[in-house]
Design a protein around this ligand. Sequence first.
Ligand SMILES: [Zn+2]
Ligand SMILES: [Zn+2]
Length: 634
Amino acid sequence: MAFAAVYPLVSARAVARPFTYEVPEDVGCGAVVSVPFGRSRVRGVVVSTGEPPPPGVEAAPIAGVLDELPPALVELALWVADYYGSTPARALELVAPRARRRRGERRETPAGLAGEPAPAELTPEQSAAVAAIVAAMDGGGARYLLYGATGSGKTEVYLQACAAALERGLGAIVLVPEIALTPQAVGRFQARFGARIALLHSGLTEAERRDERERIASGDARVVVGARSAVFAPVRGLGLICVDEEHDASYKQESDPRYDARTVAAKRASLEGAVAVFGSATPRPESWAALERLELGGRLGGKLPPVRVVDLRREQGYPLSAPLLAELGRIAEHGGKAILLLNRRGLVPAIHCRTCGVTRRCPNCDVALVLHGDGDLRCHHCAHAEPAPELCPECGSAELARLGAGTQRLERELAARLPHLELIRLDADSSDPSTALERFAAADRAVLLGTQMVAKGHHFGGVALAAVVDADAGLAFPDFRAEERTFQLLTQLAGRSGRDAPGRVLIQTFQPDARPVELAARHDVGRFLAGELERREALGYPPFGHLVRIVVSGPEADAPMRALQELKEALGDADLLGPAPILRLRGRRRAQLVAKTDRPGALAARAGRALAAAAPAMRKAGLTVVVDVDPQSL
Ligand SMILES: [Zn+2]
Ligand SMILES: [Zn+2]
């Protein structure tokens, strides 16, 4: 018999330490075991072996071995726990997820849409990129930014790099923002690698997920394609991790552990000597500044489409200006497809009384209620819904103005103005994204309209027009990434047009001179990023420093501010912004404190200790706290 240090997978912060158990000789680091703990039996992960228990403590034997993880994943999980201020048990759950139910019938994985065929030969830029990645794979690993305009052939580079990993007996992980929204990319991987790929996505049942994990662990599936949590897939002998559309915000997990799959991918690659490739047409400033670049240049077989900026200060007819209607009319007449982006769901984003000036707000959150097509006013942050009033509930006036437009209103107006176009709406209210995308792929004259979901990395033939209905929507956010997000969205949408035929792009805006609008209209990624980096350097924002965001919420207005004021004093010398009250959410008052630091893990740990000391008082006041390292929204 031997001894092993085991982290029991229980969520309580109080037991965040390993316990010593007696194990058979052949049990090593990475074994997932069943252990007696307190009065129950829990799962645990062996993090090291050999150390006997402290004198006077008797080690209980484990009850059995359930599974085995690659030891590198244990190291990765403990790093995640430390860096993101979580507990080892919660981070280990990411690499050793529970499989509760028995194996069910195996469902077909979502069929990807048929992708573009493999090219006869690579461009010189693609060949150079593949050669650099393969050389690094043989040389102990590296990190690259694969930068190229939409349509410049990034997916083919991932495919060839994965093939090179397989030839060397190594495995590969390909992260995509959302499987359902990227059916073509998935289709190309399926076509190239067949049964050797495993798909991990949110639509899987637990039994299916376990089946896929077993295929990965056994080595039957050597290429894993999936959304952010696939970065923890139990691939042995990892040679490559590709992060497609690396600018996408969905790579950040918004619940504990609040990891960022891009940061984790870089860490995992360095732990395992693998190559990490981050691909985008609109990279993050962080990646632009830090990573060696492999440039693919412009679009294959054509130029990027010209962009026309429509100044809404001079045009009537929002949301459909005359120039936009003219373009759509041409499609209704001659055929073709259009993609319209309006990053706001619902019919009308706000109902405003012209008499007393009051806007209907959510009773639980500090946001305007959105009118939906079914006649209800809905809050987009909590589940609150109420029937839209006929008269102003404040003053009784009938002068209720409907301000602005959401995707449902855009759909109605399009149906009224252009009855012969097939309309396909894609937003969080529409039912099945894959069906919508399939319909659009098959149509010969259609409009795909929706929120930012329409700008994700899908490629459709015959798209003659891409239009942004309201480029200003994102600029108003009080977040230092508002300009970056707007630029990415506009540039990504512009890239959907004219892949196989001359295409046009139209951007409607009240701020035609805003930097993100002007530079996106010129496809000038380099200049946008240079300006963005200069601004961030002056402010000490990422990548020139890390941020740690601490949010306290509670039932009463002053308590969160007071708690953060005390925390601020405890943190003393740190560079801190705030505390400041932020929007009320689900009936809870909130405040935030933001720290700028070079050592986010250490700061999060200090904050964690101070908060733990205050925990009993905070619990009594009904306060909860979230510590977010490298937050992606402020
Ligand atoms: Zn009123
Ligand atoms: Zn609400």
